[in-house]
Write a protein that binds this ligand. Structure first.
Ligand code: AMP
Ligand code: MG
Length: 409
């Protein structure tokens, strides 16, 4: 395939990534339910049991019949036995009786209400119950959380801890999920040295490799292969060919623009096919998406902020499609705290600081340091601001989408 000409729009790039990603969706594997958070559920989960599975007590106390309770003064009932959480003893409550019960224990036949321990006093073979407990109090009914036969979880959701735990509550030890992609990460550039090495004049540390490792780790992906490659076609060709045989996705950074040493666009076209090259975004415009053999390749530009912005948007879109994710990621919007001006019409990811004021409005302050090499500025930001294509000036208060950069939330 020949190289495409001219940059495409951001939305079109997302579209192509989703389409190709879905066509290349990864196979299904079984994963232990305790390891399932972050994985994409491959089939809907239908409840085989009800939740709760049986009527039971919500509190420690005494199972009674509401009809036996006096609404205004203490009621004395005979203690008929004990039903603790565990095996159902099959006790039956007869009129005028009470059965000692613990949280989660099956409600004895005939009981419809539980009086909590704090409102009860045992006196010999009887229990004296304070007034005030209404019919049905402290009882959890079979199926009130989820009926047997109902769909518990939809296919295509990226499971969170509560959803995985719900599957466990329904008796699933393992869940069908799409395999995670095996990802190779390559940094390219004759000027790069690994952190810890000694710099020579003209060199700088490779900060993109750890950036990509950490961003992938946020996605639950451990890289399968990787290396730092020189700006040399032979070495690049050999590394790409080998990785294409072993991985689902190659992520590279650098060497994809129009410089004399930017060999990747021609190499991907030679070894496979290019789906797009160049997207109208800033930073990150020279990004390339293609295929070599069975592996997809996203060649990111070298500038660190371009790596960050393209990962958080285009790379995750492909990771989601490959894993069959249908549920959208949460989206966040904030108001500009000050007017914002772009000197170009491209879609731009600016860096900014998000803060929420006391009346619940999320504000964002754009950072004046917009250069795509400004890693320190990006490191001090807590969000990327998505500034749309076309419009170049936005007033204070304008609402823009933001991508939080904080971890764990
Ligand atoms: P390139 O896209 O190869 O032209 O690189 C663009 C800029 O990003 C250059 O200033 C490179 O030195 C820098 N760069 C490329 N790769 C890395 C990397 N792995 N770590 C830090 N900076 C990089
Ligand atoms: Mg380079």
């Amino acid at each position: 395939m020949t190289l495409s000409t001219g940059p495409i729009g951001f939305a079109e790039a997302l579209d192509i990534l989703a389409r190709v990603g879905v066509d290349t969706r990864l196979p299904i594997e079984q994963v232990a339910v305790g390891m399932a958070a972050g994985r994409v559920l491959a089939r809907p989960l239908v409840a085989e049991v009800a939740l709760p599975g049986f009527d039971n007590s919500a509190m420690d106390g005494f199972a009674v019949r509401a009809a036996d309770l006096d609404a205004h003064q203490p009621t004395t009932l005979h203690l008929l036995g004990e039903q603790f959480a565990g095996v159902d003893r099959g006790l039956a409550l007869t009129p005028g009786g009470a059965i000692r019960i613990t949280t989660g224990a099956p409600l004895p036949a005939g009981a419809d209400t539980v009086v909590i321990k704090e409102n009860a006093r045992v006196a010999g073979a009887s229990v004296v119950l304070s007034p005030g407990t209404v019919r049905g109090a402290n009882v959890r009914r079979r199926g009130e959380d989820l009926e047997a036969g109902a769909q518990a979880l939809a296919a295509g959701i990226a499971l969170n801890a509560a959803q995985a735990s719900l599957a466990a509550a329904l008796g699933c030890a393992r869940l069908p999920v799409h395999r995670r992609p095996r990802v190779a990460v390559f940094s390219t550039g004759d000027e790069l040295r690994p952190p810890g090495a000694t710099l020579v004049p003209g060199s700088l540390y490779d900060s993109n490799t750890p950036l990509l490792h950490n961003l992938l780790a946020d996605e639950g992906i451990v890289i399968a292969a990787g290396a730092h490659l020189p700006d040399a076609p032979q070495a690049l060709r050999a590394a790409l060919t080998e990785a294409a045989g072993a991985c689902d996705l190659i992520l590279s950074c650098g060497g994809v623009s129009a410089g004399e040493k930017d060999y990747l666009p021609a190499l991907v076209a030679e070894l496979g096919e290019v789906y797009f090259w160049k997207v109208r975004i800033k930073p990150g415009m020279p990004i390339l998406f293609g295929r070599i053999g069975n592996a997809l390749i996203l060649a990111l530009p070298g500038n660190p902020v371009a790596v960050l912005a393209t990962f958080r948007t285009l790379v995750v879109a492909l990771l989601d499609a490959l894993q069959g994710r249908a549920s959208p990621r949460p989206r966040w919007f904030a108001r500009l705290h000050a007017p914002l001006h772009k000197d170009h019409a491209r879609f731009e990811f600016q860096r900014g600081l998000l803060r929420c004021d006391s009346d619940g409005t999320l504000w964002v302050d754009a950072d004046a340091a917009t250069g795509s090499h400004r890693l320190a500025a990006a490191a001090n930001a807590n969000a990327l601001i998505c500034v749309p294509e076309g419009v170049q000036r936005f007033e204070r208060g304008a609402v823009l989408e933001v991508l939080p950069l904080t971890r764990g939330g």
